[in-house]
Ligand binder design. Sequence first.
Ligand SMILES: [Mn+2]
Length: 335
Amino acid sequence: MEPSDGHTFLGLEPIEKDVDVVVLSLPYELTTSYGTGTSQGPNACIEASGQVELFDVDLNEDLPAGLAIHTAKAWDGEEPTLLHQLDSMVGYLNPWFEGDCFPLTLGGEHGILPPLMEALRNHPRVHEDLSNLTVVQIDAHGDLRSELDEEPYSHACAAARALDAGVGQLMQVGIRAFSKEEHERMLSDDRITTFFAQNTQSPFQGAEHWQAWLDLLHTVEGPVHLTVDIDGLDGSLVPATGTPVPGGLNFWQVQQTIQALFDAPKAVVVSADVNEIVPQKDTPLTQFTAAMIATKIVASHAKARRDGRWNLLGETKGTVRPTPMPTIFRNSIKE
Ligand SMILES: [Mn+2]
């Protein structure tokens, strides 16, 4: 199986067995509130990745750096309801979350986060208890609303649903657009640590706040999921994303965040996603920026493996195989 348009991540040779890294595509778009086009994002990112340099200076090696990197066929769920679609995404993700395989998921709107949490629940490092998991979120938005337009699974609620699922720690950066309700939750919920762009991007005190963020990442322990909503970057770098926002992170801050997290001595980044990618028509800047972030994540994973921060995850390499669709979200409906 190849991705539908024939492109592979970084233009690498297709590979299906004994997979070390899988690039998954969730072209999911149901609740994006402002722009549209996130369903085309993963493909555009994979295509743009063909133009990214394979050499990573921190890894000091060309990708794939000895890793078997598989570009999976995109999820193509056409289930009738939102809850069926969420379950269908869990079914698509599940086979790649079983052990010695690093899944990088491209989205699609940020509403892909709850299905990712359900796939992670069964990960051997998470032991069916998401309180073991830390989620690091790069985003312009808090995504902590209890609902948006009466939809609890809106992309604007992604982080709130991850906490509802039982996630132990949520660390947010780039945050600069949120409601009063979200702000109160950031301040009152001790599972949440928020670094506001207003502070980290300040021309005067920014460096101090930024160092505090990197220092926090250094202390993270246990399994981690990194979720990168590309609107966490300044809107000038990702103008096609659903809701570009000024005043965001610069490119190097995102790179530093990825590096610091993967280098954290007691953390294991078990999974990552890059979401809210929308293909830009006039220039490929948005999808190319997303592709560079995705590439940095894979290079940092390769470095973590080389440095011995991945070895304890068992023997199960990723392999293409179908799995049944679970009923987690459908069964969660309250009468
Ligand atoms: Mn988001």
